[in-house]
Design a protein around this ligand. Structure first.
Ligand code: G3P
Ligand code: CA
Length: 289
């Protein structure tokens, strides 16, 4: 059966039967045609986003792929955090009350390391820190997990593409094993992605957004994936993306974000999405794989 038709049938069966079936909690081997599940900022409904605790929680859930966000400190360290400021996910306003607006780029790594990045989420995560990219990579390697690395707001950090690629190389992440199946660099910035591709064409890259079909070939010069907001995903769009070959000559892939409910996840699978980026990876995985 054609892969997409098979998925559609599976999805329809699942939707019809889901009220009566309890999906297994343990990870079973994934159907190769089922979407890859990416833990968005780690298992971020169960642990503070973008912390090592969120990576460990995803591993406990047998999730192979983790998405994160990379930015840079005042003294040039790459750290894993989503917002351009530290306020929402740390206690920076208590520790440094006079440093408004608390931008990541205005703090040294030593200062950021003093911050509690866990208590805002739940008291039991007190003491979690904003991880460096290096620490993050080390933990992923320990458990053989893959990384969907987002260059977050790269326009704030000139040269961050090269710095990130260099850091990945230093950490051993540009060897064949990582390149072939454990690393994707994505960004909302086409310029940053183009620079990344030019630096290291072998690194798989993903553009965050949904360019018009008429421009997909332009993006395919530097992006291997088109990763749209799930609201923009239609069967026709996925087909159009799949019909274009990326820089390595293989069809572009589609990873939809951010999908936290099973109905939408099953719909994404039925529409042909290759991956689903979710804050609830265990729930979504048990629904689509
Ligand atoms: O991976 C997709 C998603 O992370 C993009 O949005 O704001 O959560 O980084 P955001
Ligand atoms: Ca992100």
């Amino acid at each position: 059966m054609h892969q997409h038709l098979a998925r559609t049938v599976t999805a329809a069966l699942f939707l019809g039967a889901s009220a009566f079936v309890t999906m297994p909690a343990q990870a079973a081997p994934a159907d190769p045609s089922s979407p890859t599940v990416f833990a968005h900022r780690g298992a971020s409904t169960e642990a503070p986003e973008n912390t090592l605790a969120a990576v460990r929680r995803a591993h406990e859930q047998h999730i192979k792929w983790i998405e994160n966000d990379v930015q840079r400190t005042k003294d040039g360290a790459l750290v894993v955090i989503h917002d351009a400021t530290l306020s929402r996910t740390t206690d920076v306003e208590q520790v440094f009350p006079d440093r408004s607006p608390w931008r990541v780029a205005d703090f040294t790594l030593a200062e950021i390391r003093r911050l509690d990045a866990g208590s805002w989420f739940a008291p039991r995560f007190r003491g979690e820190r904003v991880p460096t990219l290096q620490e993050y990579l080390t933990l992923l390697d320990r458990d053989q997990q893959g990384l969907l690395l987002e260059l977050k707001q790269p326009e704030l950090y000139p040269g961050v593409e090269k710095q990130t690629v260099d850091a990945l190389e230093k950490a051993g992440w540009l060897d064949q094993a990582h390149l072939a199946g454990r690393l994707v660099i994505q960004s909302f910035s086409a310029d940053a992605l183009r620079r990344t591709h030019e630096l290291r064409p072998a690194v798989v890259t993903g553009f965050l957004g949904s360019p018009p079909v008429s421009r997909l070939k332009e993006y395919a010069a530097f992006a291997d994936q088109i990763n749209p907001d799930e609201k923009d995903v239609t069967y026709a769009y996925v087909q159009a993306v799949h019909s274009v070959d990326g820089p390595d000559g293989k069809p572009l892939r589609v990873n939809a974000w951010t999908v936290d409910d099973l109905t939408t996840a099953v719909r994404m699978a039925a529409l042909g999405a290759d991956g689903i980026i979710t804050n609830r990876p265990d729930v979504i995985r048990n629904g689509v794989q």
